[in-house]
Write a protein that binds this ligand. Sequence first.
Ligand SMILES: [Zn+2]
Length: 360
Amino acid sequence: MIIMSENLSEFIRKLSEVYDPDSENSFVSLYINRAVDKKFIDRRIKACESILKKDELKNFTNTVKDILDILRKNTGDNIAIFASHKHNFLKYIPLHIKVENLMIVDSSPYLRPLARLQDEWESFTLLLINSNYAKIFSVSMGKVEHTKKLSADIMNKHKKGGWSQARFNRLRRGAIHAFFSEVGEALQKRADERIILAGPGQAKLQFRKMLPKNLKDNVVDIIDIDIDDKVELVKKSKHIISEKEELKSQGAVKLLKAEILKDGLVAYGIKETLDAAKNGQVELLLVEKNYVPRGWICENCQIVKEGIQRTCPCCGKKTSEVDIIEEILEFAERTDADVEFTDDKELANLGHVGAILRFK
Ligand SMILES: [Zn+2]
């Protein structure tokens, strides 16, 4: 039994590598928000049990048992579980974002909702700072975790007598500088994430000036906020991140169009994009958010195509219906491509999916 411990992109990549070439019905993927429609799971189990037969039914029943075990042990409302009893496979991830209920039986784990969550909820670092106090938060998939608190004893008032005002100011500046350096070092551990700086007054701006270039480049926004107002802070920063995400999607579509005009490293439309993903050429995959075209797959020949086809034109065996975008996504994830989901109408006009390629 394998249980999730790695980060989300690693988690998705590993799931993308798993499939059963011999059965189209051996993996069960469950996305569940337990706060709504409590009968959902029972209803889906019944429906699937009435359709599956023999070994597939046996595997399904056992797999569902494993899944229900996980649900009993986990108290959170939202969770995604991927399991196949036959393959001794069980992975899950508790989510802090509401998901749409979904139970899918297929030859591989169904990744599209998870990939979309990953795209829309990029992890970031939130730093709340003033001149003598700092708190670092990590925000991942909508969950805020406090990772580190730092503080320094910094004199704020010049007492009468003793030091001159100038000397006092110099010492105070030195102490703040030392404190900011310490905070900067703590931030280096999260150097691969985008950073939002927050806090009252000028401290956050001074702090930003002092940051080494690699961290400064990661600062996507600055929020002016009370040092104690964590609720408002989290709300504002999530809003900022989702705005940045929107911009990133638009940027990706722009890049795709530019590459098409140049006849550059690009693929678009279902067929081209699928071929590129299969060949491991995809650097960045663009997917229209809610587009679900019909497609079919021959597990025997490993042919995937758009449309409806009951038997394979190559080998004559029975085909299965697939979500063709999911197939493209799985190929792309296996080769570590980035994925952008977008509502952009221009992508719809270009065939609903597209890709920037690594090579041609
Ligand atoms: Zn075939």
